[in-house]
Design a protein around this ligand. Structure first.
Ligand SMILES: [Fe+2]
Length: 427
C-alpha cells in the first residue's frame, strides 16, 4: 500500500460513470410514472422517494416515508413492466404504518438489473369493519443491479458522523451522485438521537428532495448516537435490517457481508461508546453479548467462498479499532467515552489478520486520520471526519478493479486532498 500521490482535485473532478453494479441511471421520466412523488399535490401519501438498501446477490429492500397512515407494497420485475409484488406482511396481515413502509424483494439473480416502484394507499380505520382504503399512489419506476462477483469494478462513497447536519448530508449526496458510486456507506452517527420519527424523515428519508438512493443503494451503519433516544428502537422501520440465514444470528440485523465485483465488504456494529454498566445508560445497554455474537457471525461470514476469494476485503464499523495514541480511551472504562472500541478490537482484530482484511473504514472521532498497517497489525485504518461542513467533514471514495483498490480522501467543503492510498489484490 502506497500513497500514490494522485491529485485529489483532479481525481474527484474526473470520475465518470462507472457503469457497474449499483445504479443503472434510468431517469424517472423515461418510464411510466403514474403519480410522481415529487408533486405539489397536498395529498401525497408518501413523504419521500424510495430508499434502496441491502442490495445483495439475491435480494434488496426498499423503504419510504409516509405523510399519512398507509399500507403499501413494491412492484418489481426484470423489465419495466414489473409484474411481481413484494409486501412486508407479518403473520397474514399486510402492513399498516404511520411513518414508514418497507418491503424486501427476494429471489433475485446476481449481477442482474431489476425495476421497481412503490405503491402507497392511505388507509383509515374507524371500526374493525368500517375502514377506507384509497387508490394506490405510485412512485416512478426505478432500477437497480444486484451485487455479485461477476462485475469488473466496484466502488462506494463513504459519509459518516453527519449528526443531522443538512448541508453536510446534501453535499455528501451530491458527491456520491457525481462519482456515480455503486453504493453509499453512511457509516454511523447519522443523527444525534431519535425521540420520534422526525429526524429520520427529514435527514435520512428525504434529505435533499431527490431520489438520492432510489437506484444507488445506501448502507446505513449504526453509530453510538444512533441508539440514543426513546424512538431509537424504531429505526429499523426505515433502516431495513439484513436477514440472517442462520437462526443463531437472528438477533443481528446490522451486519452485512457481500461481494461486488472484485471487492468484498463486511460491516460491523461497534455499539455504544461506553461500557454496558456505565450509569449513563441506566441499565438499558446490552452490547457485550451483541458484540460477541457479531464475532461469531464475522468468523462465519469471512469463510463464505465469495468473501474469502475476493481480491479485496474491506471492513467497516463506526468506532475505530486502532489508535496510535497509547492513552486512547478503550471504551470499557467509566471515564469519558471510547476513542477506540477495544473489546471489539480484541475480538475482531485477530479475524481481520487471519482472513486478510486490508482496510478498516471507521468514523466517530470527527477528525480524519489514516494509519498504515504496522508490524502488529496487517490492516490499514481510515477514520472519516466530522459533521461540520466547513471545518471537519470529509469525503472518502473506494474504487476497485482487477489491478488495484484505491482509497481517495478529501475535505468535503473545498475538495482539498487528504490522501490517496492504493492496495494490491490479495494473493
Ligand atoms: Fe460516534
Amino acid at each position: 500500500m502506497n500513497k500514490d500521490g494522485l491529485d485529489r482535485r483532479t481525481f474527484f473532478g474526473t470520475i465518470t460513470a462507472a457503469g457497474l453494479g449499483g445504479a443503472t441511471l434510468l431517469t424517472s421520466s423515461s418510464l411510466v410514472a403514474d403519480e410522481p412523488i415529487q408533486s405539489s399535490e397536498s395529498k401525497r401519501f408518501a413523504a419521500s422517494y424510495p430508499v434502496l438498501q441491502n442490495v445483495t446477490e439475491n435480494s434488496a429492500s426498499v423503504a419510504w416515508a409516509l405523510n399519512v397512515p398507509s399500507t403499501g407494497w413494491v412492484e418489481w420485475g426484470p423489465t419495466p413492466a414489473l409484474g411481481k409484488v413484494a409486501r412486508n406482511s407479518e403473520f397474514g396481515l399486510n402492513p399498516f404504518e404511520s411513518d414508514f413502509l418497507s418491503a424486501r424483494i427476494i429471489g433475485l439473480a446476481p449481477n442482474t438489473t431489476y425495476y421497481y416502484r412503490t405503491a402507497t394507499c392511505s388507509f383509515t380505520y374507524r371500526t374493525a369493519y368500517d375502514k377506507t382504503a384509497s387508490e394506490p399512489q405510485y412512485s416512478d419506476v426505478y432500477s437497480f443491479t444486484t451485487c455479485g462477483a461477476n462485475a469488473d469494478t466496484a466502488s462506494f462513497y463513504i459519509m459518516n458522523d453527519t449528526h443531522n447536519r443538512i448541508q453536510t448530508i446534501q453535499e455528501h449526496l451530491r458527491n456520491a451522485e457525481e462519482l456515480n458510486s455503486d453504493f453509499i456507506l453512511w457509516n454511523g452517527d447519522l443523527c444525534d438521537f431519535y425521540m420520534d420519527s422526525g429526524y429520520v424523515k427529514k435527514f435520512l428519508a428525504n434529505p435533499n428532495d431527490k431520489p438520492y438512493a432510489a437506484e444507488r443503494p445506501v448502507i446505513f451503519n449504526m453509530g453510538n448516537h444512533d441508539r440514543r433516544g426513546s424512538w431509537a428502537r424504531n429505526l429499523k422501520k426505515f433502516v431495513t435490517t439484513w436477514e440472517q440465514d442462520d437462526p443463531k444470528f437472528y438477533p443481528l440485523g446490522f451486519n452485512y457481508a457481500f461481494r461486488q465485483g472484485p471487492l468484498a465488504v463486511v460491516v460491523l456494529d461497534t455499539g455504544e461508546d461506553k461500557p454496558d454498566w456505565h450509569p449513563a445508560w441506566s441499565g438499558m445497554a446490552n452490547y457485550e453479548p451483541y458484540r460477541e455474537l457479531q464475532t461469531a457471525w464475522l468468523a462465519k461470514a469471512l469463510e463464505r467462498p465469495e468473501i474469502k476469494s475476493a481480491p479485496y476485503l474491506v471492513a467497516a464499523c463506526h468506532i475505530p479499532l486502532y489508535s496510535r495514541h497509547i492513552t486512547a480511551n478503550p471504551g470499557n472504562i467509566l471515564d469519558q467515552f471510547a476513542t477506540i472500541q477495544w473489546p471489539c478490537a480484541q475480538q475482531w482484530g485477530p479475524l481481520f489478520e487471519q482472513y486478510g482484511v486490508q482496510l478498516l473504514v471507521a468514523a466517530h472521532l470527527h477528525a480524519f486520520g489514516y494509519d498504515e498497517p504496522n508490524e502488529s497489525r496487517s490492516w490499514a485504518q481510515v477514520v472519516g471526519g466530522g459533521p461540520d461542513y466547513e471545518k471537519n467533514a470529509t469525503k472518502m471514495f473506494v474504487k476497485a478493479d482487477s489491478e488495484k483498490m484505491t482509497l481517495s480522501c478529501a475535505k468535503l467543503a473545498d475538495n482539498a486532498e487528504l490522501g490517496t492510498w492504493t492496495f494490491k489484490p490479495r494473493s
